[in-house]
Structures are given as C-alpha cells and as structure tokens.
Write a protein of this length. Structure first.
Ligand code: FES
Ligand code: FES
Lengths: 729, 151
C-alpha cells in the first residue's frame, strides 16, 4: 500500500546503510526502540537487559527480545522477523519475544520505501526485514561467541551455538549469562550469513516453529490497544461530524457533564470528545450532548449520484493517460470483434474488528502514544505538533492490533491527533480514545468507489489486438504528503495499479484515469488498486476468452510468453484444481490471476448456485512470493485474503445518502461469516528469489475467480459489486 | 451493588444496572480478554458464558446477570477448554487474534454440548462470531481436532 513511498532510493543501498548506522551507535539513544510498552505484560518487572544490536536484547533472565520494524496486525510479521533473526542467532524458539520497535528511523526505516521512515504497508515487511534481521541475528550470535571465547580463552571458531546454548567442549553458557559481556563488544559488520542449504528455520512449517503469540491470542492474554492499562486512564468517545467536511458550530454538554463518571466534554479539531472514567459512562453521556453543525462546506452527494456521474465519465474518452502502447485507434479499427463492459465498485470500509483507538499521556514535557502505529515516525511528528513539543520528546509504543487492512496508515494520523489533543485538553491526563463501531464505519477513509470502462478488440483468430480501460474514481494520494512523489501527470498509481501493467502482451493498449473530486476521505484497503483493477481486468478477460471461443487458461497462457512467474502460478493452480476435468453436478469453475506487490497469485474457484447467488465451495490457490520464509503463514494469509476478499465482493458496500454514511455496524455492512467460508488450498511455487509480501496478494483474484465461475453457473456477468446488489438479481 | 459469580468466585460490582456486562468486566473489574467489536450483538467478540450459555456481553446488562454465573475467557478451564486451546495453538488459528476469545468461548460451549460436531454444526454455532482476518477454515479444523482429541 505504501510500497511506493520513496522507492526511488535503491533498497539494497539503503539496506546496508541502515544496518551499519544502526550498528555503529548501539548504546544510548538507539536502544530507545526497545523501551517496553507500559501497556504490555512484561513492562512492570522487566529484568536487566543488554542490547546486542538495535534489534536484539538479551535479558539476564535469558529471554531474547527482538524489536520488529513492522507493526503486527495479524499478517504474521513478528513471526517472520523472529524466524529471520533466529536462523542466524539460534536461540531456543521458546526463549524469544517479539515487541514493536519504534522511535528510531535509522534502525527501523522501511527499506522498501528507501529506508528513511518506519512504516508497515504494501506487503513490504518481510522484504524489508529479510537481510536486516538475518544480519542482526548473525551479529548478535558472533558477539555472544566472542564473549564466550574471551571468557574461556578458546578460539571463537571452535565455539558452537545451538538452541540457546553457547558451547566449547565441556564448557557451555546460556545467552543470558553472556549477554552483558557481549553487549560491550563492538557490533561486527558484514558477518557472513548462513547458506540457504544450512537453514533449519526458514521455509519450515509450524511443526518446527509455531507462532509465538498463538497461545496468548487463544487465551485472551494478548494485550491490544483497547486493553492498555495506565494509572488514572480515562476513556473518551468521539462525536464526529455527520457529514464529511462539516464542522462544529456549537455544542451543549451541560447535561452530559452532570452524568455519572463524566470527566469532561471537550472540543478538539476532529470533533467532540466525551471523556469519562469508563467506556459505558462515556457512551451514555455522549447521547446527552447536542451539537449544531456547520455543513456549508460538507459533501452532500449520494453514492448513487456519484456512481451515475462516474459511469457517464468512464464511457466518454478523457482523463489522464497512465499508459499507451501501440496504435490503439488503428488496432480497434482493424479488429474483427469489439467487446465492451462497465464495472462498478462501491466504497468499502476496512472494519477491522478492533475499532480504531489510541492512548496518549502528556507529562513533564514528554508525550507517550500507544496504538497500532503503522507509520510511527509520521505519527510521532503529528503527536509532537499537537502537544507543542519537539518529536524527540514523544515516545511511540507500537501495539499489536486487532486487524488493520490499511486503516492504520493514515497520513494525517487521525486517531493519533484525537488522542493527543484530548489528553492535552485534559492537562495531559492519560486517555484512551476508543471509537465505537459506528465511529469506525462512518469515519471515512474508505476504499474509493470506482467505475471501469473496458473495451477490447479481437482479431479473426480470437487474439486480443486492442485494449482500452478508462478508470474513474478518487485518488488516495492526492492531497496527502505522498502526492508530490507519486502522482505523476495526473495519475495516482494506486488508482491504476493492476491495470496499467498487465502480464498479457497486447499489441495496442491504453489506460486512462479520471480522478474524481469528492469530499469523502479515502485510503488504501488491503491490496489497494488491485482490489478493483484485478476484478475488472480478469472478469473482462474471461468475457474475451468466451468471445474468442477459447479456454480461459489457454487464452491467458497464449498471451503471457514474457511473464514466467504468472505462468508458473496459473499452471500450478490449473494442475491442482484438475482444470478441464469434470466437476460434480451443479459445480462450476472460474479462474483469475493477479500480481500485486511483486507476488503472483492464481486462484480457481468452484461454485454452485444457491438462491441466485454463488456458493463458493473450494478455492485452489497458487502463489509465488519468492523464498517461502514461513510457509504456513503464507497459507494462512492467502486463506484469510480469500475470505476477506470474498466477503467484500459478495456483500460489502458502504453507501451515502445525501452525504451521510448509511451503514453503521455489521448489520448494514455485511462481511463474510464462517458458514460462507470455502475450503481454501494454497500451493506455494518453490523459489530462490528474494521473498515478497503475502499480506495483501491473496485478496485480488478471488472476486473475479468467483465472478467467472458464477457466469459458468448462471450465464450472468456480475459487473456491479457487491454480488447481492438488486441489479444483479 | 450487583452481586453475581465471576469465573467461579463471588463478585460485587458497584455499577449501574443498565451498564452492559462487557464494560463492567473490562473497565470496572479489569478483565480485558473479552473484547469489544460492535456493541450490538453482531460480531461475537464479547462472548462470555452466562450459566454456561454463550452470551453477548455487550447486550447483557448488569441487572440481567445479578445472581447468575458469568464465565469469561480468563475463567475457562477443564478438558474441553484445554483441547480447544491446544488445537487453536497447534493449528496457529489466530491472525490478529482480536476475535479469538469469542471464537474460543463459542467453540468450547459447542463441544461441551456436542462432542462430534459436523461442519454444519460448527457453522451454526459460530456464525455469530465475525473474524475479519477470516481464519474460519482453521477454526473449523481446530474444532474438529479438539473433538478428536476428546473422543
Ligand atoms: S461486541 Fe458484542 S457482539 Fe460484537
Ligand atoms: S483473527 Fe483477526 S479478527 Fe479473527
């Protein structure tokens, strides 16, 4: 999602630089990244710890704590980070803890974004961490070995390290026993990394390495932002403007302030906060606050109105050109057959299960902020500005979060602003701003609504000779700090990714983008542009294959001579699904293929008809994400991606009525439930290429795979999402 | 003052009768394993047991629980609980983990009453529990695994 941030800096260069800088100054300020979060269980009694690198600390109690550069929201990056470290370090798996690193961009900057700032997004976590954390593990291991060598007066080369024990002949020591001595040594640079043939953790399944936090997450013990406890912590609930762009004219909180537990009702730049001793008191008092809004500059259009205008625009030529190849007009003139189709995509809410929240406290000129900080350095600057201090006075505590899907990577740090501004209004008292579901769903930052108009020409043999795609919708990056670096010639690449570069070799191709100006805040939503482009492209390809009288897989393969990794996943999925072999009566298959974030995924869905809707029974997935560091986590992410994407195409939509968001909770905004979850099989293409991300790429193909299977079952093409729209009945 | 049993022990809570159980156990009593997801009995994140029955604590008032036995994720124990939590860990079911207290509470309750649930039984018992990470496939497998280990 943020993959493109600062990508012009070569990642490899930044990688080396980031590590060396981090290593050079391990003592002092750099260790700040390790400060344990007061919201976490370990904080109160943290034993003495020694920092071996900015990423690895070892306690006298023999615990190994790894500070991860990427926020954990369920994608498994803490697990991946620990796997990379321990491949080199060789601690015992059970002695490892992973915490969120922060407050040190030199150590934690995202190398896929150039390395200057820390952030999670665009499925970059593992790619950014791959060398950095293996090097950190190797350096820490060598330091432990050197400490032992000098203690025991033996050559370092003769010392072995296995499962947390450093050994030479009859002598042995734990990491904890050697840690303080090891930490005093200079951090070695360029320690050679193990040869992949010697790996014992990378690429292994959960019988070797279970996720470290599965137990805490199965027993209720995991601490999320909503669970942070601090002395005197207050809870605030928000009243946001009912229309995007409306502002507070005046409010009356006299009644609310007299209610039990209420501490104050304060106006902050983003709305009104009702602050109480607990959530229930705050929620109840909120009912008693009356607000007069100034909606003179608010967005008041309905989504139906917006879609009608998008449709009209999409079907006319125009917009900014994202890509042109060949002579498109001539190619269409020479085509034997021309097909066209229009696809409509609604706004979508992220609706992570933990509604947005953050905790802030100000005191002695210092600010602390707990939250699911997807961009901690940016949020630190925002918190500093709101609190009126310099950023070095702000400590960010990165919590694990109950989902994210992109919602916690917001350039203006909405929830951070709220938490810090409410704390400031209360004289710095610790406060948790906790949105309820309705705040979360009506708070904006949606996957933008889009319309795609597609037109393609086939020659007499059924080959695609011309391709045209006009996309209409809002830009995610325009109006944010990312605009300057990424929006070029009127094209926001997050609007067109998945459409402007295709694996298919079309002799002539043109993709245009019209960016709509609408007052609804929009944002990256798990897999970003490919959530709509992959649907439009892959469903339309299916229509073309049919018009050409060709098998949809053969049709694709014939156009992908220069796309070996696409071909690889498509062939693997076809083989595993038994493509071409008969299915049981009433079942139908559909296929789709998408690359997102340098990861390649093909999916084949098996569906039947149930009350005019698709019932998805089975989904066969093939994925190529380079080296499979944690195969089981890859499977988990694709399984989850399929479920997340399937729910969205079948029934999720966020609509506006006169500018007001209609849906407020999971009754109106429907998501996938267990009874609709298909059996998902994930097959991983063996690869020696550097690893790429898996958090998002499982999402894009499922919609079109189901649409294409549904067409086989019903002879109906679904071009207006979600499937349960009345237009599709 | 409302008196009830919480995780097997007598509990008093000096709260209003209309306060939802969810906020009493989280914010007043301090047990945070039970989670808030929707506040409207739509997501199941807040699932606890009242007299052994899985119940949405966000839509249960303190008046409703007076004199009753409430069990939260912190208070479950016994063979079925162990089998379920072990299966959850063995299969690495949780992703973000936020929904999982509710899923586990619903799954234990299912297995307490049905030692050999079919996929349909599982779907019926757990369809009120949303997992936005869509860990549903592993939830199903883990319930089956727990059932097998209890057989
Ligand atoms: S919070 Fe109670 S069901 Fe969602
Ligand atoms: S594991 Fe994330 S909501 Fe279920």
């Amino acid at each position: 999602m943020l993959a493109r941030m600062m990508r012009n800096t070569p990642a490899a260069k930044a990688s080396r630089r980031g590590f060396l800088l981090g290593s050079a100054a391990v003592s002092g300020a750099l260790v700040i990244g390790f400060r344990p979060s007061a919201g976490s269980a370990q904080s109160a009694t943290a034993p003495a710890e020694a920092a071996l690198t900015p990423y690895i600390r070892i306690g006298a109690d023999n615990r190994v704590t790894i500070a991860a550069a990427h926020m954990e929201m369920g994608q498994g990056i803490y697990h991946g980070t620990a796997t990379l470290v321990n491949e080199e370090l060789r601690a015992d798996w059970s002695q490892i803890d992973v915490v969120g690193g922060a407050n040190n961009p030199k150590a934690f900057g995202n190398l896929m974004w150039g390395g200057a700032i820390q952030g999670t997004g665009g499925s970059t976590g593992l790619a950014s961490s791959y060398d950095r954390y293996r090097k950190a593990g190797a350096a820490a291991r060598l330091m432990l070995v050197q400490a032992a060598a000098s203690d025991w007066k033996v050559p370092a080369a003769e010392i072995t390290v296995e499962r947390g024990i450093v050994r030479h002949g009859s002598k042995q020591a734990t990491f904890g026993a050697l840690a303080s001595k090891a930490a005093a040594l200079p951090i070695p640079a360029n320690v050679p990394l193990r040869d992949p043939k010697d790996w014992i953790y990378i690429g292994k399944d959960r019988d070797v390495l279970g996720k470290l936090d599965s137990r805490a997450k199965s027993t209720g013990a995991q601490v999320f932002t909503i669970d942070v406890k601090l002395p005197g912590l207050l809870t605030a609930v928000m009243i946001h403007p009912p229309l995007f762009g409306a502002t507070v004219k005046s409010f009356d909180a006299a009644k609310a302030k007299a209610m039990p537990g209420v501490v104050d009702v304060v106006q902050v730049p983003r709305g009104i906060a009702v602050v109480a001793d607990n959530m229930w008191h705050a929620l109840k008092a909120r009912e008693a606050v009356t607000v007069a809004w100034d909606d003179s500059r608010a967005e008041k259009r309905s989504s139906a109105e917006l879609m009608a205008s998008y449709r009209e625009t999409a079907m006319k030529p125009g917009g900014a050109n994202a890509v042109t190849a060949g002579n498109v007009d001539a190619a269409f003139k020479g085509a034997a057959k021309v097909l066209e189709a229009t696809f409509e995509f609604p706004y979508l809410a992220h609706a992570a299960l933990e509604p947005l929240n953050a905790v802030a406290r100000i005191g002695n000129g210092r600010v602390e902020v707990w939250g699911g900080h997807q961009m901690p350095d940016i949020y630190q600057a925002i918190a500093a500005q709101v609190a009126g201090v310099t950023p070095d006075r702000v400590t960010m505590h990165v919590m694990k979060t109950g989902g994210g899907f992109g919602r916690r990577a917001v350039a203006d740090g909405d929830i951070i602003q709220e938490a810090v501004s409410v704390s400031r209004a209360l004289g710095g008292r610790p406060v948790k701003v906790q949105w309820d579901r309705e705040n979360d769903m009506r708070g904006g930052r949606y996957r933008p609504a889009y319309v795609h108009y597609l037109k393609a020409g086939l020659d007499k043999e059924g080959n695609v000779v011309a391709w045209y795609n006009h996309i209409v919708g809002q830009s995610i990056m325009t109006g944010t700090p990312f605009e300057a670096g990424y929006v070029k010639n009127g094209v926001d690449p997050t609007s067109t990714e998945g459409a402007h570069k295709l694996p298919y070799a079309f002799p002539a191709m043109k993709v245009d983008l019209t960016t709509a100006k609408v007052g609804v805040p929009v944002l990256w939503w798990r897999a970003v542009g490919s959530t709509h482009t992959a649907y439009a492209v892959e469903a339309f390809i299916d229509e073309l294959a049919e018009a050409a009288g060709k098998d949809p897989i053969q049709f694709r393969l014939a156009m992908m001579k220069d796309s070996p990794r696409h071909v690889g996943v498509l062939r693997l999925a076809a083989e595993k699904a038994g493509w071409g072999q008969p299915l049981s009566a009433g079942r139908f298959r559909g296929v789709a293929l998408a690359e997102s974030f340098n990861t390649f995924v093909a999916q084949i869905a098996e569906v039947s008809l149930e009350n005019g809707q698709p019932r998805v029974h089975r989904v066969i997935c093939a994925i190529d994400c380079g080296i499979a560091v944690n195969p089981d986590n890859i499977r988990a992410q694709v399984e989850g991606g399929v479920g997340f994407g399937l729910g969205a195409v079948l029934k999720s939509q966020l609509t506006l009525d006169g500018g007001k968001v209609v849906q407020g909770n999971f009754d109106g905004y429907e998501v996938l439930r267990i009874d609709e979850m298909p059996q998902v099989e994930v097959h991983i293409v063996p690869s020696a290429q550097a690893p790429t991300g898996v958090g998002e790429p499982g999402v894009p193909p499922i919609g079109p795979a189901v649409a294409n299977a549904f067409y086989q079952a019903s002879k109906r093409r679904v071009r207006i999402l979600p499937f349960n729209r009345p237009e599709n009945a | 003052m409302i008196r009830f049993t919480l995780n097997g022990r007598a509990q008093e809570a000096n709260v209003e009768a209309d306060m939802p159980l969810l906020w009493a156990i989280r914010d007043v009593i301090g047990l945070t394993g039970t989670r808030f997801g929707c506040g409207q009995a739509l997501c199941g994140a807040c699932t606890v047991w009242i007299d052994g029955q899985p119940t949405r604590s966000c839509q249960t008032t303190m008046a409703d629980v007076a004199g009753k036995a409430v069990t939260t994720i912190e208070g479950v124990s016994g063979r079925v609980t162990e089998a379920v939590q072990k299966a959850w860990v063995d299969l690495d079911v949780p992703q973000c983990g936020y929904c999982q207290s509710g899923q586990v509470m619903a799954a234990i309750a299912l297995l307490e009453s049905n030692r050999k649930p079919t996929d349909n039984d599982i779907d019926a018992a757990l369809s009120g529990n949303i997992c936005r990470c869509a860990t549903y496939q592993r939830i199903r497998s883990a319930v089956h695994q727990a059932a097998r280990s209890l057989a």
